[in-house]
Write a protein that binds this ligand. Sequence first.
Ligand code: HEM
Length: 131
Amino acid sequence: MDELNTSVYELLGGEAGLRSLVDRFYEIMRTSPETKDLRAMHAHNLKRSREKLFMFLSGWSGGPPLYAEKFGHPRLRQKHLPFSIGVKERDQWLWCMDKALDEGSFDPRVVEYLKARFSEVADFLRNRIEL
Ligand code: HEM
């Protein structure tokens, strides 16, 4: 992506593209039996989660740093500590995100790039020891 000197935010189609990705992600999570454990960890109303993930990803992908402006440093690992996250939860999150990326009409290069980056972040958020 570097050679283009274009942000992932722009490649996703800016605010509208990112919103559609996040909306799709939560809709997949809400309606898929495959990810019912992940859904159960979230509040009944997903509006707040949707807004926060959108704001976070905006800055993370090189767009306006909306989350940091409103809430300060994301401290993602710390924010996820109240939830027990192991391989199952990580994989359910990634399943939803991979599907949302595949279903959007995004540039395949940005899809491939984001799948790799999301796997890293999701793995980093694991906090349950599984021997
Ligand atoms: C690894 C699997 C993951 C699980 C099980 C998980 C679960 C959750 C849950 C249960 C919440 C609270 C939402 C609510 O109160 O309804 C949350 C918040 C959040 N998650 Fe995740 N998450 C995961 C991965 C990720 C990843 C990979 C990202 C970023 C790329 C992310 C970004 C966020 C953000 C920004 C919030 C809002 C934090 C805040 O309260 O300010 N999560 N997550």
